[in-house]
Structures are given as C-alpha cells and as structure tokens.
Design a protein around this ligand. Structure first.
Ligand SMILES: Cc1cc2nc3c(=O)[nH]c(=O)nc-3n(C[C@H](O)[C@H](O)[C@H](O)COP(=O)(O)OP(=O)(O)OC[C@H]3O[C@@H](n4cnc5c(N)ncnc54)[C@H](O)[C@@H]3O)c2cc1C
Length: 395
C-alpha cells in the first residue's frame, strides 16, 4: 500500500489533506516553504460540504466561535456615505479569518504528521515504485506519492505537469490584502469604494480588533516576481497613488507598512486532470478559482477530504483513487469558477457599470435569490460520502 505521502504546502488544502491521511493510517509529511504557518489574509467562507468536513474533523465549534460575523458589503461614495448595501450572510455558512482557520487546521493535524518548514521541493522524479524528491535543504528522500497543495504558483504542478502558462488563466485583475487601521472601516462590514476599474476597501471582522485593507484593479498581465513583496507594494502604490478621494491614501499608507502584504494576480487554474502517475494536485494548485469566487477554502477543504477518502477507499491504490477524486469534485470546481458577476460587483469597469451595480445592490438581492432557490431548487446536492476507515484508524 502507498503509505508515505509528501504534501507540498501547509495551508488550507495541505493541512486538511494531512489530517485525513493521518486519520486513515497513511504517513503524511508536509513541506511548507515558509518558516512558519502563513496566517495572513481576509475572511474566507466555509459552507455546505466544507462545513460537514470541518464537523467531521471536530473543529466546527472553534470555527463558529471565531466567526468573523461580517454582515455584507457596504458601497460608499467619496464622502463615506453609503450608496448601497448588500447583505451576504448565507444560512449555515461561516466566515472566518483565513489565519484563524489555518491555525485550527494545524491544531487538528498534530498527530501522525511530519512537518518540514522552511523548505521546498526542488526536483522530483517518479518511477513504478515511488517518487524521489530532492529538497532545497533537506536530504533527498523517497515517497510513495506526492501531492502539490502549494497554491496557484505550484512548484509541484510545474515540475510534474509543465509550465504555468499551460494552466493559469489571467482574469484581468490584480488584488492585494494587508493590515490597516481599524478606525478606517465600519465594524462587521466590508466597506468598498470604487472608481472605474479599481476598488479599495476595508474588511472589519466582528472578532478582531484589527482590520484588513484590500485593493483590486483591472490590468492586463503585468511582469513581476511573485515572491518579491517590495515589488508588489510598488505596483499597488503606483496604481492607487493618484487616488486621493475617500480614505484611499490612509488605507494605502497603512497597508504598505505591513510586512505580510499579500498581492497576486486574480487568475484561475484550469486543468483536465489533477494527477499524473504518482503525483496529484489539490486546492489552488489544481483549480484556483480566485478570491473573487469566495470559495477557495471551501473547494480546498472538500477536495482534500475527497482525495484522502478516495485513497483510503481504494486501499491506497492511486491509479483508482486519483480519477475518482477528480470525478467527484470537478462539478463543484466548475461551478465556483464562474466569477464574472462577482467581479462586476466588486470592480465595475465604467461609471455606468458602477451605477448599475449600485442599483442592483439596493435590491434585497440575496433574499430574492434564496426565494428563487426555494421555488426552483435545482438538482439536489449528493451527500458527502463517509469513506471507510481502516480498523486501525486512530480515533
Ligand atoms: C498568505 C495568504 C493569504 C491569503 N489570503 C486570502 C484571502 O484573504 N482571501 C482569499 O480568498 N484567499 C486568500 N488566500 C488564498 C487561499 O488561502 C486559497 O485560495 C484557498 O484557501 C486554497 O488554499 P490552498 O491551501 O490550496 O492554497 P494557499 O492558501 O495559497 O496555500 C499554499 C501554501 O503552499 C505554500 N507553498 C507555496 N509554494 C511552495 C513550495 N514550492 N513548497 C512548499 N510550500 C509552498 C505557501 O507558502 C502556502 O502556505 C491566501 C493565501 C495565502 C498563502
């Protein structure tokens, strides 16, 4: 049986996978490039099957206790007057700060998992019996399987499947998140200010004293080093430097002082297959839907649960498990990758588009959508499978 499994990436997908693999009796090792857990980021959503997975992991009470409890989006004008509000609370769903979720997943992954922080895979070579992995620092080692949970810029994907350009699709925007002064935003709301093609905003969770700034702008593909934070800051500063309206200047000044400033292209990953031989991908590495989907954490948690479950159901045989994992998860991924409406909502391209957005946001749109769902509920979502656990599965 394939027992020794290397997971690249210690974030939402990698930690969830490590938990379930360890629970099913596999021996996962997590290699994370950062020297410690990366706890930056805004609120992320757990809904539907992701809530079921978190329940089964036993972390749902803590997730609920740490819930960000954000009411919705508050669109403001240059004088900070509300133009429109959109209530985004979904029944049964929980929004939690990404860092809090990563901490809870890590806490649930302490037994039966080896960690290698501050390292990364440099090279991998697979044969019929396993995968030989060369690390940047640790000694070369053999594993039965390797899973890339290393995000949109996945090294595992590049090494095993080919260049990023084959799979990563630019969706015309860039975004940044960073800490900012909480006094600039309204408690439990995402306050958003738009000029055509750009958005600056503040996210104030109900459970945290600090606030997160976020920036979004339309742009063709830019050339930069995705690991150079100082370069990212210069890019965002240049785009927003001329914007003196609303609180953009203050927001930007606070964000640029944050060493954990997080910037990326709003891109999606599209692949026909998430495995090749003994190597598989999970989370953003396989199907990044982008933060505009509001579903990155949900997809990562459900996908990781299914991957571990299919492996245990197949007695560790990756040739059976990997295709079943993809078939069971691809429909949800395809659905969540539809982000056109969300982008038009967050960063209308023109002044006319912004007026339409504001009119739209003044309608009780979420209530209307829920009512429509009740009238035409569509295809029922199949229940999340309970995978068989081996007799020696630790409880
Ligand atoms: C710091 C940070 C902040 C984020 N903030 C938000 C947010 O506010 N809103 C939002 O919607 N999404 C955010 N995301 C993305 C979000 O976490 C993912 O969309 C989603 O949860 C899927 O998670 P993932 O585990 O697949 O990927 P990610 O969360 O991107 O995690 C990938 C992990 O792999 C590690 N890694 C990268 N390369 C290597 C390598 N070669 N070897 C080993 N490890 C590697 C990274 O350090 C990271 O820990 C953020 C991601 C990060 C890393």
């Amino acid at each position: 049986m394939n027992k020794r499994i290397l997971i690249a990436g210690g974030s939402i997908a990698g930690l969830t996978l490590a938990h379930w693999l360890a629970r099913y009796g596999f021996r996962p090792t997590v290699v994370e490039r950062a020297p410690r857990l990366r706890v930056g980021g805004n609120g992320v959503d757990l809904r539907d099957h992701a809530v079921d997975v978190a329940e089964r992991m036993g972390i749902m009470p803590q997730v609920r206790a740490a819930a960000a409890d954000v009411q919705g989006m508050n669109f403001v004008d240059a004088d900070n007057r509300t133009i429109a509000r959109l209530d985004i609370q979904e029944p049964g769903a929980v929004e939690i700060m990404r860092g809090d979720l990563v901490g809870l997943l890590y806490g649930a992954t302490q037994s039966g998992v080896d960690y290698l922080f501050g390292d990364a895979i440099r090279h991998l070579e697979q044969d019929d019996d396993g995968v030989t992995v060369a690390f940047e620092h640790a000694a070369t080692a053999r594993f039965d399987l390797v899973v890339g949970a290393d995000g949109m810029h996945s090294t595992v994907r590049r090494l095993a499947f080919g260049p990023h350009s084959r799979y990563v699709r630019h969706r015309g925007h860039y975004f940044a998140f960073a800490d900012t002064d909480a006094a600039l935003g309204q408690d439990r709301w995402m306050t958003m200010y738009n000029v055509p093609g750009k958005m600056a905003g503040i996210y104030r969770s109900g459970n945290h004293s600090q606030a997160k700034a976020y920036f979004l702008f339309r742009s063709e593909v830019l050339s930069y080093d995705h690991r150079d934070v100082e370069q990212h800051k210069r890019l965002v500063r240049d785009v927003f430097a001329g914007e003196n309206s609303w609180r953009v200047k203050d927001l930007l000044a606070a964000a640029l002082a944050d060493p954990d400033f997080y910037f990326d292209a709003l891109s999606q990953v599209q692949m026909d297959s998430w495995s090749t031989g003994r190597v598989a991908l999970v989370g953003d590495a396989a199907w990044c839907a982008s933060p505009a989907s509001g579903a990155g954490a949900e997809l990562a948690i459900v996908g990781a649960y299914r991957l571990a479950g299919e492996l245990t159901a197949a007695g560790g045989d990756h040739r059976l498990a990997f295709p079943r994992y993809r078939d069971s998860h691809r429909e949800l991924v395809a659905k969540k990758q539809q982000i056109g409406v969300n982008l038009r909502l967050m960063a209308p391209k023109t002044a006319g588009g912004k007026r339409i957005r504001d009119t739209f946001a003044r309608l009780p749109i979420m209530r209307i959508m829920r009512a429509l769902q009740r009238l035409a509920p569509g295809r029922p979502v199949p229940a999340l499978p309970e995978y068989p656990s081996p007799a020696n599965c630790p409880k």
